[in-house]
Design a binder for this molecule. Structure first.
Ligand SMILES: Cc1cc2nc3c(=O)[nH]c(=O)nc-3n(C[C@H](O)[C@H](O)[C@H](O)COP(=O)(O)OP(=O)(O)OC[C@H]3O[C@@H](n4cnc5c(N)ncnc54)[C@H](O)[C@@H]3O)c2cc1C
Length: 465
């Protein structure tokens, strides 16, 4: 009998449903159970392709709610799956016998301009944090999409517009407040519970995070935006981007992408139903220096040019990600090199007839501070590759799923000869093997999870085993 076995608890005769009912009186937040009128809303994730069927949903309003939820789960032999937004909900294999713990209401944000750090509640999303930081002339290593949760993004690594200059977002975590699998509230940093601090950064967090302390950086303006050309010019533009990218300092993070906008009213009229090749970039330089840098691309006469000086808070608009829950399926591959041949393969894949089912096929420039050995300290602190390809399609109705999945898989297959031995967790939408995600760190991660959560009370995306 394990400590996680419900029969080992004093009130083992009480039915699980009664315990879950009692949880309603123990938390200040809301408990929603199957059969409740708002059950379908409660179990819905931001990622609309996820069909979540937990034992209960708890909307935590306080840290004490998290403690009560973990304690109840232990008593019942259930697991707890912490979830902020549910962007990565399809990476959790199953929520059977699991309480889905929604942390979205834990969204306090405090910026300390002296230490240049942010203390952020686990439920905050990036749009909330970047605005608060920008008021002090500071920038976070944030996600490209404003609706993505700070916690999932950062624990998962985190590749944003400051990636080449400041590395993975996980490397900017300075401390975590957590509730562990035994219901204890702990402060975790490089000195306290250092093994957990290591594991949580890019690896596995066998705890519920309630707050994060993040390093911010003194950047009050950045030059960023997109240049777009009609899709017919994709080969010329993509090769020009590759040549350009080879010359860039670490202060420039950029990507090239093929975009096919569907003819739907949600898309602005000037883009609706059209296809483009685009270069997007964030340049840490003054406006004149950025103009000089961009000259080789602007000389190619983009049809649309939105690159301009902006607050780092406005970076969230550059990539054009949806701000509302969406049904999207994507796959990724890391390229070991950005040679002309690798770029030809990218173009082949992106321009193939099957790729018309995809909304976007992008190639992000890696290197800089993402390079192994340049920064870090957590379980996954770098990406060993030159480029990251992510292709994604919208699945507005179930029949669209097949074509989108096979188109995304075809892109990966075409790029296989150039694939690096690396998988980036945040760009892996379905459960992936631990060895592929964590490489050499996997055994140490298993030891940390065994020490902190031997009964596997905490359920995360991409489980270790
Ligand atoms: C539109 C879109 C754009 C994206 N853009 C980028 C990008 O530019 N760069 C990038 O790196 N990624 C990007 N992602 C991927 C995104 O970073 C991951 O999906 C990330 O996990 C989302 O975090 P979340 O908290 O919003 O999601 P959630 O699904 O709520 O959480 C994801 C996982 O994080 C863990 N977690 C969340 N909260 C807690 C907690 N309180 N305690 C312990 N563990 C927790 C859990 O394992 C959970 O399953 C994008 C995703 C989408 C849908």
């Amino acid at each position: 009998m394990t400590a996680h076995d419900p029969a080992s608890t004093p009130d083992a005769g009480i039915l699980p449903g009664d315990h879950l009912e009692r949880l309603r009186t123990r938390v200040t937040g809301t408990v929603v159970l199957p059969g409740d009128p708002d059950w379908d809303d409660a179990r819905r994730a931001w990622q609309l392709l996820a069909d979540q069927h937990p034992a209960a949903v708890v909307y935590a309003a306080t840290e004490q709610d998290v403690v009560a939820t973990v304690a109840t789960a232990r008593k019942l032999g259930l697991s707890v799956a912490p979830q902020g937004t549910g962007h990565a909900a399809t990476a959790i294999p199953s929520l059977r016998d699991t309480i889905l713990l929604r942390t979205r209401a834990l969204d306090t944000i405090e910026i300390n301009p002296e230490t240049e750090r942010a203390r952020v509640g686990a439920g905050a999303v990036w749009s909330q944090v970047v605005g608060a930081a920008a008021e002090h002339g500071l920038a976070a290593v944030a996600g490209m999409a404003p609706s993505v949760g700070v916690t999932g993004f950062t624990l998962g690594g985190g590749v944003g517009w400051l990636a080449r200059s400041h590395g993975l977002a996980a490397n900017s975590i300075r401390a975590l407040d957590v509730v562990d699998a035994h219901g204890r509230s702990l402060h975790v940093d490089a000195a306290r519970h250092a093994d957990l601090f290591w594991a949580a950064r890019g690896g596995v967090a066998p705890v519920v995070v309630t707050g994060l302390e993040l390093q911010l950086y003194p950047i009050d303006e950045i030059v960023a935006g997109g240049l777009m050309w009609p899709l017919e010019r994709a080969p010329e533009i993509a090769h020009a981007w590759r040549d350009w990218a080879q010359t860039l300092p670490d202060g420039v993070t950029s990507l090239v992408r093929v975009l096919r906008y569907p003819p739907i009213p949600e898309i602005p009229e000037f883009l609706r139903g059209r296809s483009f090749v685009a270069v997007e970039a964030a340049i840490q330089a003054d406006a004149d220096a950025a103009d000089s840098l961009l000259q080789p691309l602007r000389a190619l006469g983009p049809e649309l040019d939105s690159v301009r000086p902006m607050s780092p808070a406005d970076l969230a608009s550059v990539h054009g990600d949806p701000d509302q829950p969406s049904p999207a399926y994507g796959e990724s591959v890391v390229l070991s090199e950005l040679t002309p041949d690798a770029l030809e393969a990218f173009l082949d894949a992106a321009l193939a007839p099957s790729s018309t089912s995809l909304l976007s096929i992008e190639l992000r420039h890696l290197g800089g501070m993402l390079t192994p050995g340049r920064t870090g300290g957590g379980a996954v602190a770098s990406i060993d590759g030159a480029g990251l390809v992510y292709s994604v399609g919208i699945v507005p109705f179930p029949e669209a799923q097949g074509p989108v999945r096979s188109a995304a898989a075809a892109v990966i297959e075409r790029l296989a000869p150039y694939a690096a031995d690396a998988v980036v967790k945040n760009f892996t939408d379905t459960p992936e093997a631990a060895t592929a995600l964590y490489g050499a760190a996997v055994e140490r991660l298993r030891a940390v999870v065994a020490a902190w959560d031997p009964e596997r009370v905490i359920r995360t995306g991409h489980p270790l085993d």
